[in-house]
Design a protein around this ligand. Structure first.
Ligand code: ATP
Length: 237
């Protein structure tokens, strides 16, 4: 597998506050990689830096192209979709309209229609509610809609910020199962940041642990899951 995303010496700043301190990691094409870490470790900031939504220095390369200094919009056009924490669906638009908006930069009407059908295969709950306003959906359904909307861009890489946040355990299991399917069947590479280390490690093939803006550990998901420090600090046993 070739390297799809290469992050080197990444530093990010909110005014005077430095949130990332020389972060380095790689993501292989086709992989499902997780970035684990406690509250405030810098996970959200890492995704924001990839999308150029926070001031940063260092180098980020996606499929051999430098992303530094590119606008968020052109980064999206290169094939990176970002599902931020808090979901970000349009509350007053219907499920259908949210999905259509996700494809706004595309012109291939037929393929858009079949992609919407594909999203409804993945997420039958959304199909049942396709004429409902997004704001009336449950938290889990809104998270599913946010993922589906991002996929309507036909991204090569999807960045997911805490998809499990605020969801009931069974819903999270369902959602993570579908993420695994999207990764394997639709060949979308995924970078997921999570506080729920156990779930993320079950899902991912590769894992990084971030502490105070630095990567402190990396390996296959199995290696990281079996590491004693990780078990004590993040898995609670
Ligand atoms: P969480 O799970 O709580 O979102 P995180 O690992 O995603 O945690 P970040 O949100 O990336 O962490 O935050 C990293 C650091 O940057 C923290 O110390 C945080 O206080 C700081 N930070 C984040 N956003 C801002 C902001 N808008 N202004 C100032 N400091 C910020």
């Amino acid at each position: 597998m070739s390297t799809m995303l290469h992050v080197k010496d990444l530093r990010a700043y909110y005014g005077q506050v430095q949130a990332l301190h020389g972060l380095e990691f790689d993501l292989k094409e086709g992989s499902l990689t997780t970035l684990l870490g406690a509250n405030g470790a810098g996970k959200t900031t890492t995704l924001r830096a990839i999308c150029n939504m926070v001031r940063s220095t260092g180098s980020i390369e996606f499929e051999g192209k430098k992303l530094d200094n590119k606008s968020t919009e052109s980064i999206v056009r290169l094939g990176i979709a970002h599902v931020p924490q808090g979901r970000g669906t349009f509350a007053t638009l219907t499920v259908d309209e949210n999905l259509e908006l996700g494809a706004i930069s595309r012109k291939d009407i037929k393929a858009i229609k079949s992609d919407i059908d594909r999203m409804y295969d993945y997420f039958p709950r959304l199909k049942e509610r396709h004429t409902q306003q997004a704001g009336t959906l449950s938290g889990g359904e809104q998270q599913m809609l946010a993922v589906a909307r991002a996929l309507m861009l036909r991204p090569r890489l999807m960045l997911l910020d805490e998809p499990s946040f605020g969801l009931a355990p069974l819903i999270v299991r369902d959602l993570f199962k579908i993420l695994g399917q999207i990764n394997r069947e639709d060949k979308v590479s995924i970078l997921v940041v999570e506080q729920n280390a156990q779930l993320a490690l079950e899902l991912a093939d590769k894992a990084y642990v971030i502490e105070t803006g630095r990567i402190v550990m990396s390996g296959t998901a199995d290696e990281v899951a079996n590491n004693e420090d990780v078990r004590k600090s993040y898995l609670g046993y």
